[in-house]
Structure formats: structure tokens, C-alpha cells
Write a protein that binds this ligand. Structure first.
Ligand SMILES: N[C@@H](Cc1c[nH]cn1)C(=O)NCC(=O)O
Length: 423
């Protein structure tokens, strides 16, 4: 389908539409943090309630994304992108207009149920159109535009200062508007996909999906390389998300003496680096035709960054640089490589299973790291109290490197070979 010029043009159009849809989705994902203080001051929400508005996103997905992945394989990426974008819009509206905490939490729950399956559908959409050629670059482009959505949400107090001055609700209404634009773009993608979907059906891909029913059994037949990839996904995302999204700013302040603004800025550079570097690394992997060695290199940078932060007094620019490269390289390679390790009609299920464990891992790492800090009394007066958290993150990231090396040994000697031995 993608061998001729019009096929390539359609593929890039779909890639850009999916990227635009992901931008709105990631904006809503990160929209609670900037209004946290206003919610506390104006609605009297406690820290626990604000934490719950984000936690409620992850918890149901420990079970639900697997179903979402199976549904993507069964009904196709375009239909699932559209349906889940509608769910996300409903969730964002309820969060913005909910009269009390319970309805706001229900809104975040609805958004979470839609958003993770939506993300799977976007990766599968790109894989449907790009096959082998330029796949990592195209996935890198969509992820990078998604990261721009996260970055925009972080910057929204500056960009939409007047809405923040008006209170907690207008910024969440802006987030709902981004969810609406994401739905509109998903609708255009679904419309464009109708003819190519018929073509895929004629080639037997969709027919195979529909006839084979649910795929629980198939998961047991994913090859060894897939399970090493899953191990890396859980360990790497647990450290990356629990550290960078939850504890890094506080750690920079207490253990390295940065003020809040500088610590926040230092953290946001990781997002900004990923906007540019993710597609660049994807492009490089496509050109070189190797994936596993790049993945192992990206995974290795994380424990090195942890060691630099915990064991040296080097400038935090070094660890930010290392984490920025790792945060750009690993996702740019992980999802294209996953598509090479399983059959196309099981790709959604394969990502779904990875994200089930990933969500549990991120939730567990957040809780364990918080408990380790509290137990050791970590604070500005006691920076050594963060040592056990850093050791925990260090061990997880080293185990991630072990998974990446085993993956390289199993499937990566010539990555292309993996495609011919799919589970
Ligand atoms: N399961 C998602 C988690 C996420 C991050 N931001 C929004 N959702 C995931 O792993 N997505 C791929 C990624 O690297 O963002």
C-alpha cells in the first residue's frame, strides 16, 4: 500500500493527524499539575485529592489497557482512535465542569480509560501505514508532538496567564478544547482511513484480526525477545516516570540546592530535548537498520545519570543531558522494535500487555520511592535521606540494561531477522 507516492503521502498525512491528536491528548494528561495550587486555594482540595486526580488515571489501566490493546487489534486503529478520543473529550469536559471533587475524579477516570488505549491506537495507526520504511522516524514524530503537548501544558501558566488569573476552571476548559481538537483530528483520520482499511482487509490483515477473536492465548506465544522488551519497558518507564515526573524537582531542591524555579526548568528541558531528539533518533535507526543496540545504549544512560546525580557533585546539566538522550532514544526505538517482534495483527495486544505492567510498575515505583524517602526522613536538612530512593532507582535502571542486553543478544544481531521470526 505504501510503495507508491500517493501511498507515502497518505502515510505522512495520517502520521501528522495522529501526531496532532496526540498533542491534545498529552496536553490534557498534564493539565492537572499547573492548576493544583488553584484547586487547593479556591476549592479547598487536599494534596491527597489532587494526587488522586492523577492516580485515578493509572489505576484502572493496570487491567483495562490490555483489553484496549485487544480491541485495537480487533476493530482497527482508526475506529479505536475515534472512540477513545470521544471518551477522552467526555472526561476532559467532566473534569472542567464537574461541580465537585467526585465528578472531577470521574472525569479523570473517564479520560484515563480512553487515553491509554488511544495512545496504543496511535502507535498501531502509524505502524499500519509505514510498515518497515521510516517507521521509527514516523513514531518519533508523533511522540515528539505529544511531548510538545506535555511541554505546552507545563508552559500554560505563562502562555494563558489571563485564564489562570481568572481561576481554576478556565485552564481546564482550555484543556477540554484541546481534547475537542484531538477528537476532530481523529475524525479526519478515521475518514481518510476508510479506503486504506478496505485495502488492508483485502490483503487479509483485518480479516485475520476479526476472525481470530480475542488474543489472550497468543500472548503466551510471544517470543523471548518480546518479554525482554517488556522487562525493559517496565523498569525504564518506572524509573523515568516516578523520578522525573514525581520526585526529581524536590530532589534537585533538597539534595543539590536548586530553587524551585530552576529545578522545574531543569526538569522541563528533558521534555524539550525529547521534542527534537526523538524523531532524530528514530530517523537514525531507520537509516542504520539497527534497533536493539540503540535501545541498549539509551537504557545504559539512565543508571549512569542516576550515579552522576547520587555520587558526584557534577553540574546537573550532565545528568539532564543523559536523561534527555535516554528519554528521547528509548521510546523512539522501543515501539518500532516491538512492531518487528510480533505479528501486525497482535501489535495492539503486545503494547497493551506492556502497558499493563508498565502502569503497575510506575504506580508501585512512585509508592515505594515515596515510602523510602519518608522512612529515611529525606528533606533539605537531610539530603542523605534520598540515598535509598536513588539506590532503588539505580538498581531498577541497571536491571533494565540487563533486559536490553538480553534483548540485543536474542533478537538484535540483525534486527531485520526479528521481523521474519515473529511470534
Ligand atoms: N503508557 C503511556 C504513558 C504516557 C505518557 N504520557 C502519556 N501517557 C506511554 O508509555 N506512552 C509512550 C510514551 O513514551 O509517552
Amino acid at each position: 500500500m505504501t510503495d507508491n507516492n500517493s501511498g507515502r503521502a497518505t502515510a505522512w498525512l495520517v502520521c501528522l493527524l495522529v501526531a496532532a491528536a496526540l498533542y491534545g491528548n498529552y496536553y490534557v494528561y498534564d493539565s492537572v499539575g499547573p492548576v493544583a495550587d488553584l484547586l487547593q486555594q479556591q476549592r479547598g482540595f487536599s494534596d491527597t485529592q489532587i494526587g488522586m486526580l492523577n492516580a485515578i488515571y493509572n489505576l484502572p489501566n493496570i487491567v483495562l489497557i490490555l483489553v484496549g490493546g485487544v480491541l485495537v487489534d480487533r476493530f482497527g486503529a482508526a475506529r479505536m482512535t475515534l472512540w477513545t478520543a470521544a471518551l477522552c473529550l467526555a472526561g476532559a469536559l467532566l473534569t472542567a465542569f464537574g461541580p465537585d471533587f467526585a465528578s472531577m475524579a470521574a472525569g479523570r477516570l473517564l479520560f484515563g480509560i480512553g487515553a491509554e488505549t488511544f495512545s496504543i491506537a496511535t502507535v498501531v495507526a502509524v505502524a499500519d501505514y509505514f510498515g518497515k520504511r521510516d517507521l521509527a522516524f514516523a513514531i518519533g514524530v508523533t511522540l515528539s508532538v505529544g511531548r510538545l503537548g506535555s511541554f505546552s501544558a507545563d508552559m500554560s501558566p505563562t502562555w494563558f496567564a489571563s485564564s489562570y488569573a481568572a481561576g481554576w476552571q478556565p485552564p481546564l476548559m482550555i484543556a477540554a478544547a484541546f481534547a475537542a481538537s484531538s477528537f476532530a483530528v481523529a475524525l479526519v483520520y478515521w475518514w481518510i482511513d476508510r479506503a486504506p482499511a478496505r485495502e488492508r482487509a483485502a490483503q487479509g490483515i483485518v480479516a485475520a484480526k476479526a476472525n481470530e477473536g480475542f488474543a489472550w492465548r497468543d500472548m503466551l506465544h510471544f517470543g523471548k525477545a518480546y518479554w525482554y522488551l517488556l522487562g525493559l519497558c517496565v523498569l525504564w518507564y518506572s524509573v523515568m516516570m516516578a523520578f522525573r515526573s514525581t520526585f526529581s524537582i524536590k530532589y534537585f531542591q533538597h539534595a543539590h540546592g536548586l530553587d524551585l524555579a530552576t529545578a522545574g526548568e531543569m526538569n522541563s528541558y528533558v521534555f524539550l530535548a525529547a521534542v527534537f531528539a526523538t524523531p532524530a533518533f528514530g530517523w537514525l535507526c531507520d537509516r542504520v537498520g539497527r534497533y536493539a543496540p540503540f535501545l541498549a545504549f539509551g537504557a545504559l544512560l539512565l543508571p549512569i545519570a542516576m550515579a552522576v546525580m547520587a555520587l558526584t557533585q557534577w553540574s546537573l546539566w550532565w545528568s539532564t543531558l543523559l536523561i534527555g538522550v535516554s528519554f528521547s532514544l528509548v521510546p523512539a526505538v522501543m515501539w518500532p522494535l516491538c512492531s518487528k517482534l510480533v505479528r501486525p495483527n497482535r501489535f495492539g495486544t503486545a503494547i497493551g500487555l506492556m502497558w499493563v505492567v508498565q502502569n503497575a510498575g510506575i504506580g508501585g515505583a512512585n509508592m515505594l520511592a515515596g515510602w523510602l524517602n519518608s522512612r529515611a526522613g529525606a528533606s533539605a536538612q537531610n539530603p542523605a535521606g534520598y540515598d535509598s530512593m536513588m539506590l532503588f532507582f539505580g538498581i531498577c535502571s541497571v536491571l533494565g540494561v540487563v533486559c536490553a542486553l538480553l534483548l540485543w543478544l536474542t533478537a538484535g544481531r540483525r534486527d531485520q531477522e526479528a521481523a521474519t521470526h515473529k511470534a
